[in-house]
Structure formats: structure tokens, C-alpha cells
Design a protein around this ligand. Structure first.
Ligand code: KIV
Length: 275
């Protein structure tokens, strides 16, 4: 069944947990979509896991459109959500609508995600009014890494927790169709989930959220630079890939690959005429 903003909202009403994973290319999108995921996020995490940057700051609109288009081609049933990269919406409401529109029109995203709360309520409202569904992102917002002074759990003091609850309500009121809660204490995320009508999608925010999201390289143990505490490795694909690459190198060097079954035939009399 095709996942839409309507079915996502209905899932929360029915108490069904929502699933989201990142993807950045056609093949991975096809695998994840085929497994029955609700939403695929083309995250700006691609800056780190696909492009090798140390953070998400350098990711451009062109990067996001290029990868979103590939993911959209590999997706049949999941809702494709594309991240709005740093400075594609912070500069003005006008830029926010234009760039969200590009992600939908050129990238074929079905929703966009942007980081921030009350300060972007106007942007969320304007994008929503342009018929582009918006997923908000609160808590640890990696594009504000330099302002936060590092990757830290958010909302731990009473003041910060209160602000997070208010921000969640403000983005809902502005029209957001879901909210990602990143690195938020589990009890606070549960409280926020209970107070919103739209689904919360947690990453490092505990089981009380309405859904979960992970970066696929993290959950498949394919990204070795660091492992956040909230990541569960569901398979050791990185190690399996390394082993397979090693076998390939060995077999090419030994002559075991390619074997006769991997080659194409030609009549001997044709070959003889060439000598
Ligand atoms: O960019 C990303 O992958 C994200 C998730 C971590 C939620 O924003």
C-alpha cells in the first residue's frame, strides 16, 4: 500500500508504529522500499555517510536533488522525504518555498524535512500552503552543530524541555505532518508524542515515539567513523562487504575469477582466422 501523509497520520490514530530509514540511491531505496518501510528519508546525513564530510553543513541543494531523484526512482510504496540542506530555508520564507518546491519538482520528493522550531513556523506554514508536506526536526538539529557546540542530548533542563514541548506544538500548528525528535530524553519524547496529533519519529528518543528513524549505514554497521549510543546494529554488513571485497581481490589475483561460466563463447574457427 502506498504511504502518504494521510496514512502516516492514520497510523498514529490507530496506534501503529511508523518506520523510516535513510536512503541516498536507487538500489538501496529499492531494497528498503521492498522490505515494507513507511518512509524513506533522503537525509542531509548523506554529507557524512556518502560524501565523506565531517558534518552536514556543506550539503547543497544540487546534492539533495540528485540523490532524492535516484531514491524516488527506486521507491514505489514508501513516502519519500527529502532534507532541506543548510541555508536552503534559513535565509527567508521565499527561499524556503522555492527550495522545497525544487526538492519536490526536480527531486520528486513527496515531503521535505527542515530543522528548527518556532523560528521556522512561518516557513513551515508557507511551504505547507504551497501544497508541500513538511516534516519538522527538533532536539539535536545537526545543521546547528556550531551553535550547539557539539552533538549533545537536548531538552534536559526544565526550561529546555518546556521549550521543546512548545516548539513541537508550534510546528504542528504551523502545518507539519510529522516531527523528528533527535537525541531527546525518552520520557520527554513520550510526553511530546502524547501531546501531539501528528506522529513523532524518534532517533535517540526512545520507544515512546510514534515511529523510529535510523541512518541505514549505522544500522547495517557500514559506517565506521563513529557509532552514536542510540544506534542498534541489526546486521554486520560492513564486515561482510569487506570480506567479499577481499575474496574478489584474491580470486582475481589467483585467476579463479572469472571462471568459464562467467565468460562468453566464440567459434574457434573465427578466432583461428585472427592469428
Ligand atoms: O539527515 C538525516 O539522516 C537525519 C536523520 C538522522 C533524522 O536528519
Amino acid at each position: 500500500m502506498k504511504n502518504t501523509v494521510v496514512t502516516i497520520r492514520q497510523a498514529k490514530e490507530k496506534g501503529e508504529k511508523l518506520t523510516m530509514l535513510t536512503a541516498y540511491d536507487y538500489s538501496m531505496a529499492k531494497l528498503i522500499d521492498g522490505a515494507g518501510i513507511n518512509m524513506i528519508l533522503v537525509g542531509d546525513s548523506l554529507g557524512m555517510v556518502m560524501l565523506g564530510y565531517e558534518d552536514t553543513i556543506s550539503v547543497t541543494m544540487e546534492d539533495m536533488i540528485h540523490h532524492t531523484r535516484a531514491v524516488a526512482r527506486g521507491t514505489s510504496n514508501a513516502l519519500v522525504v527529502a532534507d532541506m540542506p543548510f541555508l536552503s530555508y534559513q535565509t527567508s520564507v521565499y527561499d524556503a518555498v522555492c527550495n522545497a518546491g525544487r526538492l519536490m519538482k526536480e527531486g520528486r520528493a513527496q515531503a521535505v524535512k527542515l530543522e528548527g522550531g518556532r523560528e521556522f513556523a512561518e516557513h513551515i506554514r508557507a511551504i505547507t500552503n504551497a501544497s508541500i508536506p513538511v516534516v519538522a526536526h527538533l532536539g539535536l538539529t545537526p545543521q546547528s552543530l556550531n551553535a550547539f557546540g557539539g552533538f549533545k542530548v537536548q531538552g534536559k533542563s526544565e526550561e529546555a524541555a518546556r521549550k521543546l514541548v512548545e516548539d513541537a506544538k508550534i510546528v504542528e500548528e504551523a502545518g507539519a505532518v510529522a516531527v523528528v525528535l533527535e537525541c531527546v530524553p525518552a520520557k520527554l519524547a513520550e510526553l511530546i508524542s502524547g501531546q501531539l496529533h501528528i506522529p513523532t519519529i524518534g532517533i535517540g528518543a526512545g520507544a515512546g515515539c510514534d515511529g523510529q528513524v535510523l541512518v541505514y549505514q549505522d544500522m547495517l554497521a557500514m559506517f565506521g567513523d563513529f557509532k552514536p549510543k542510540f544506534v542498534k546494529q541489526f546486521a554486520e554488513i560492513g564486515a561482510m562487504m569487506k570480506e567479499a571485497f577481499g575474496k574478489y581481490i584474491e580470486e582475481v589475483r589467483s585467476g579463479a575469477f572469472p571462471a568459464p561460466e562467467h565468460t562468453f563463447k566464440i567459434d574457434d574457427d573465427v578466432i583461428e582466422k585472427l592469428y
